[in-house]
Design a protein around this ligand. Structure first.
Ligand SMILES: Cc1cc2nc3c(=O)[nH]c(=O)nc-3n(C[C@H](O)[C@H](O)[C@H](O)COP(=O)(O)OP(=O)(O)OC[C@H]3O[C@@H](n4cnc5c(N)ncnc54)[C@H](O)[C@@H]3O)c2cc1C
Length: 362
């Protein structure tokens, strides 16, 4: 989120500084990169947000590729969601937006799919992007080429407000070399992912750990993403298959892989595509999704005047990067273009949680 917003602001000629504790811990490098509002079965305003972002993504990627000179690995590969029974398919929240598949259709789309899957939905409009190897690096380079300043290895420790007008006044950070610095600051965007509550305690953002692995399959072994319950397989252009993911709500910020988590992924591969069980594993990694109680992001004005929010994107932050960058850079520049943008900002305001906590009056 930080890179995507910095890039859009820099494109509008603004001076931006990205303060990052550790690029390597960012979930942006962990994700599978699915662009899947339909396959994920999103609903309501979150589906609208996802669809808006999916529609913006090709133009957004073209801008990043232009500014960086690097490719991002966007592939509109389509995503297949398999079901054991046809009535599960009918009940899927986005069933009406997908193409329904029989067992024969499933076999055509995903040769080798395990026999227990008898029905499916094909979402041709969903896709993927190679976030881990391409998009994040391209975004960094695009930012640098547009003059964005980077403070890598710097941890923001406090955000201070002016006691008179309550506006954001100063950021205190600790550099990689251990120096504590105070930076005057009137405008900032909080993009600290799963760690956001540590800086702004009133934000209900918590980590949901995810473990991943990759397999080297034969090139073109899989043309579609397979999105099974609990496990998905995302085929990159060169035959690398990204497999995800555990969803561990009780793990907190516990680092590292676990035997249980990795065994769960292995069982998921076997359950979906048995032949992939013999493809060699390449890499294993983990990270933290920034989740909120309703699993929707926190966007727009924050609890301190001058502090904007772009956090809590949970399992769809790669998908939602394009719309988040657009909405936040419009809002920061007071350039909200249409009623729909304002509605999205209102819907995903952090105030929806503050409102719920207000005591009932009678
Ligand atoms: C296993 C897994 C699979 C996923 N798969 C998908 C997918 O297929 N599709 C999809 O759309 N999304 C997916 N996601 C979700 C997506 O990765 C996240 O929603 C998204 O990356 C969140 O972006 P962010 O910028 O908010 O947080 P992050 O990418 O985590 O970045 C937060 C940054 O803030 C920095 N930071 C934190 N605190 C401080 C501080 N005090 N000072 C300075 N810096 C700080 C961190 O160092 C980090 O670099 C997945 C996530 C996981 C974990």
């Amino acid at each position: 989120m930080g890179l995507a917003i910095a890039h859009q602001l820099a494109r509008r000629g603004q001076a931006v500084r990205v303060i990052s504790r550790s690029r390597n811990e960012a979930a942006g490098f962990v994700a599978a990169g699915m662009l899947a509002p339909h396959a994920e079965g999103l609903s309501g305003q979150l589906l609208t947000l996802g669809q808006r972002s999916l529609a913006l993504t090709p133009k957004w990627v073209a801008q990043i590729e232009h500014d960086s000179g690097l490719t991002c690995g966007l592939r509109m590969s389509g995503i297949v969601v398999p079901f054991a029974k046809d009535d599960e398919r009918r009940r899927y929240p986005t069933a009406a937006l997908g193409q329904s598949l029989t067992r024969k259709g499933l076999e055509q789309e995903v040769p080798g799919l395990a026999p227990r899957w008898q029905a499916g939905l094909l979402f041709e409009q969903d896709g993927q992007i190679d976030n881990r190897r391409q998009l994040m690096r391209a975004l960094e380079k695009a930012c640098v080429s547009l003059g964005v300043q980077f403070l890598e290895g710097a941890e923001v420790q406090t955000l201070s407000r002016n006691s008179e007008n309550q506006e954001l006044q100063q950021i205190t950070l600790r550099t990689a070399e251990g120096e504590v610095q105070h930076h005057p600051c009137r405008k900032a965007v909080l993009c600290s992912g799963a760690w956001s509550q540590k800086l702004v305690p009133e934000l209900p953002v918590f980590p949901v750990k995810g473990q991943m692995l990759s397999l080297q399959g034969p090139r073109k072994a899989l043309k579609r993403v397979i999105f099974g319950p609990g496990t998905y397989l995302v085929p990159r252009e060169d035959g690398l298959i990204v497999v995800g993911a555990t969803s561990e709500r009780d793990a907190g910020f516990a680092p590292g892989l676990t035997p249980n988590g990795q065994a769960q992924l292995q069982a998921g591969i076997q359950d979906l595509l048995p032949k992939a069980g013999s493809w060699p594993p390449m890499e294993r990694w983990w990270g933290f999704r920034p989740c909120t109680p309703d699993e929707g992001p926190l966007l727009g004005a924050g609890p301190i005047k001058g502090l904007w929010l772009a956090c809590g994107h949970h399992r769809n932050g790669v998908l939602l990067a394009a719309i988040t960058a657009e909405l936040l850079s419009n809002a920061l520049n007071k350039e909200i273009h249409c009623e729909e943008e304002q509605t999205l900002l209102d819907t995903f305001s952090y105030m929806r949680f503050a409102r719920k906590e207000e005591p009932a009056t009678n």
